[in-house]
Write a protein that binds this ligand. Structure first.
Ligand SMILES: Nc1ncnc2c1ncn2[C@@H]1O[C@H](COP(=O)(O)OP(=O)(O)OP(=O)(O)O)[C@@H](O)[C@H]1O
Ligand SMILES: [Mg+2]
Length: 256
């Protein structure tokens, strides 16, 4: 199978339901994510995006249904996945190098690996700095390096760029794409930013009240720019779905 040639994990989400108390948060999610694919999940606040991501990470127990990774049910923490959040969650009492290598330190040579990752994210030579002296964008670069340190088969990104200014955000999008193209992990990105989803994803899933209401393939050539032909059309389709705007029907219908 083609997916077996990919480095990334293949994910199948099968009739996934999640209730918190009486609240139905996920209501029968079905999705297949191929190995090495980049999928974005968009939807209004509270629609269940993070809950879905947490199931894929193995951090939640489904009410019913299941998530499979390479054909095996995810049961407990997903060891092949790495998570990245809106805040960097760096350890403030450890320097940058140690933060990157925190999961590597049982391996010899971890410093060299961590330093190489810092270089990959554009922070060459910053290993001895403390997290407190870094900018928001730099902290997210360290978090990205740390997420990549274990050579993940699956990168789960929950609004990782949400707190960054527009320019830093665009730089980070380019960095995430470049590293994804090199390492070919599977990426699942939750974002509020439709433009970011179109910029990065092979496919965009729109969720509304715990259900998938739209799946849109994005086949634009990479690297993408918002001014590229077709970009704005896809963005508009997704936004219309999110805002509940129906495509205009022609006023006059041809009879023959
Ligand atoms: N552990 C929990 N206990 C109870 N309710 C929860 C729990 N986790 C999430 N919820 C509820 O589930 C719903 C979906 O939450 P979730 O965090 O998945 O939304 P989201 O789409 O990620 O929203 P946002 O875009 O604001 O991050 C919300 O109503 C939330 O209050
Ligand atoms: Mg969320």
């Amino acid at each position: 199978m083609a997916t077996e040639l990919q480095h990334g994990a293949a994910i199948e989400i099968d009739q996934l339901y999640k209730q918190f108390g009486k609240k139905n948060v996920l209501q029968g999610i079905d999705a297949t994510i191929h190995g090495g694919e980049f999928v974005a999940v968009v939807g209004k606040s509270g629609c269940g995006k993070s809950t879905l991501l947490r199931h894929v990470a193995g951090l939640e127990t489904a009410t019913s249904g299941e998530v499979r990774q390479n054909g095996e049910r995810i049961d407990g923490i997903n060891q092949q996945a790495c998570l990245m959040f809106q805040d960097s969650r760096l350890l403030p009492w450890q320097n940058v190098l140690t933060n990157v290598g925190v999961g590597l330190r049982l391996e010899g040579e971890w410093q060299r690996q961590a330093a190489a990752l810092l270089k990959d994210v554009g922070l060459d030579g910053r290993g001895n700095d403390w997290p407190a002296v870094l900018s928001g964008g730099q902290k997210q670069r360290v978090a990205l390096a740390r997420a990549l340190a274990g050579g993940p088969k699956l990168l789960l990104l929950d609004e990782p760029l949400g707190a960054l200014d527009a320019l830093t955000r665009m730089e980070m999008q380019q960095l995430v794409e470049r590293l994804w193209l090199i390492h070919r992990f599977t990426a699942l990105l939750v974002t509020h930013d439709v433009s970011e989803a179109v910029m990065l994803a092979d496919r965009i899933i729109v969720i509304e009240e715990g259900r998938i209401v739209m799946t849109k393939d994005v086949s634009l050539p990479r690297p993408r720019v918002p001014t590229a032909p077709g970009f704005a059309d896809i963005q508009e389709t997704i936004l219309n779905e999110l805002l509940g705007i129906q495509a205009e029907k022609p006023l006059l219908q041809q009879t023959n």
